[in-house]
Design a protein. Structure first.
Length: 367
């Protein structure tokens, strides 16, 4: 019997860099996944020490995470419970947003390269993703005016990741606001995905614009800067008017009780985030300020843990060269418009930096 799968999903193959395996690892150093390995958040360590079995015995009901989120953003927006949807990491939030808004034939606008799941999930809904290409001749730098020029009333959503994945560049808040203003005039909703938001100054968050624009949604996660990738915890900040509709499609027990309790404590440690940005910038500058001959980086921010590295020779396979040296990175071919001579690189732990620098020097010597 042939199972009658959704024809749109059946017609497409999603390329995912998430891997489940019990095979021996082919690498010693992971510079691929976006988790924080530069430093451990003390609040998370302490929270885990105090966990009790009773937290997972019952279904999750705790409001601790929402209370802490409201408190964390209190100087930027007056939030209430109905402004917050908890989810298993921000990626689950993105899927919820698409389910809430998209109908077959809709169009979505965004940048490329960007987080690959934006386009992949939009296509799975039978919709089109219009990507504004970040230009190599401009070192892949954001151009808000170019996106605005391509925006039409036919677009239902705009996706912006800030900081950008894979480049690690940060779009200034005034540029985000320009896009919001243009979108508002056309009835278009803007999604500012801040998965890597804890690696940029808090005052650059789109949450600062939350009360000013009712066409803004901001997905957040505890996976990156907060160092809780394995916990699967995140949330969406959204206009209150969306709450009943989001409730219609959301798992009522999304985010476990354990996740809620730990996330509630970790988000209170803002001093840790300042230290994380400083430590990340120190390591990243050590790498990027070296006088490379063939290696260069796209536009990026020092404090953001990821960047897009290139070799000048288009025939050099960066991911392959790194794995030969037992270092894992994400190949540029995982991203639209980027070839094999590019790779997304995540800053390693300080103790791994000498080996990483040695590998980079060897790859840089390839002509």
């Amino acid at each position: 019997m042939e199972l009658r799968i959704n024809s749109i999903i059946k017609a497409h193959t999603k390329i995912s860099y998430a891997v489940e395996t019990d095979e021996p690892l082919q690498y010693d150093i992971d510079c691929a996944e976006g988790s924080n390995i530069v430093s451990n958040p003390p609040a998370a360590v302490e929270a885990f020490k105090s966990l009790e079995y009773k937290l997972i015995r019952m279904y999750p009901h705790s409001m601790a995470a929402k209370d802490s989120i409201i408190n964390y953003w209190k100087d930027y927006a007056k939030l209430n419970y109905k402004n917050i949807t908890l989810c298993d990491g921000s990626i689950s939030g993105l899927y919820l947003i698409n389910r809430l808004f998209l109908e077959k034939g809709d169009r979505v606008l965004g940048y490329v390269p960007t987080f690959s799941d934006y386009a992949a999930d939009v296509i799975m809904h039978g919709c089109e993703y219009d990507g504004i290409v970040l230009k190599p001749e401009n070192n892949y730098k954001f151009d808000a005016d170019e996106l605005i020029a391509a925006l039409t009333a036919e677009h239902k959503l705009i996706y912006i990741d800030n900081p950008n994945n894979p480049t690690g560049q940060v779009m200034p808040l005034d540029e985000i606001e320009k896009i919001l203003q243009a979108a508002e005039k056309l009835g278009v909703t803007v999604i500012v995905d801040e998965a890597y938001g804890e690696y940029m100054p808090k005052e650059n968050s789109a949450v600062k614009l939350f009360e000013k624009y009712d066409n803004l949604l901001v997905p957040k996660t505890f996976s990156k800067g907060f160092g809780l990738a394995g916990l699967r915890a995140g949330y969406i900040l959204m206009p209150e008017v969306l709450n009943p509709y989001m409730t219609n499609i959301t798992n009522p027990y999304c985010m476990s009780e354990l996740s809620r309790v730990v996330a509630a404590k970790v988000i209170q440690d803002e001093a840790f985030l300042q230290e994380l940005m400083a430590d990340t910038a120190k390591l990243k500058k050590m790498m990027l300020e070296y006088p490379w001959k063939n290696i260069y980086a796209a536009e990026t921010a020092d404090s953001v843990s990821i960047c897009l590295l290139f070799h000048k020779n288009p025939e050099v396979d960066m991911a392959e060269e790194f794995i030969k040296r037992r270092i894992l990175v994400y190949s540029g071919v995982c991203y639209d418009t980027i070839g094999k001579n590019g790779c997304r690189f995540r800053v390693p732990a300080a103790e791994d930096m000498p080996k990483v620098m040695e590998a980079l020097k060897e790859i840089d010597a390839i002509d």
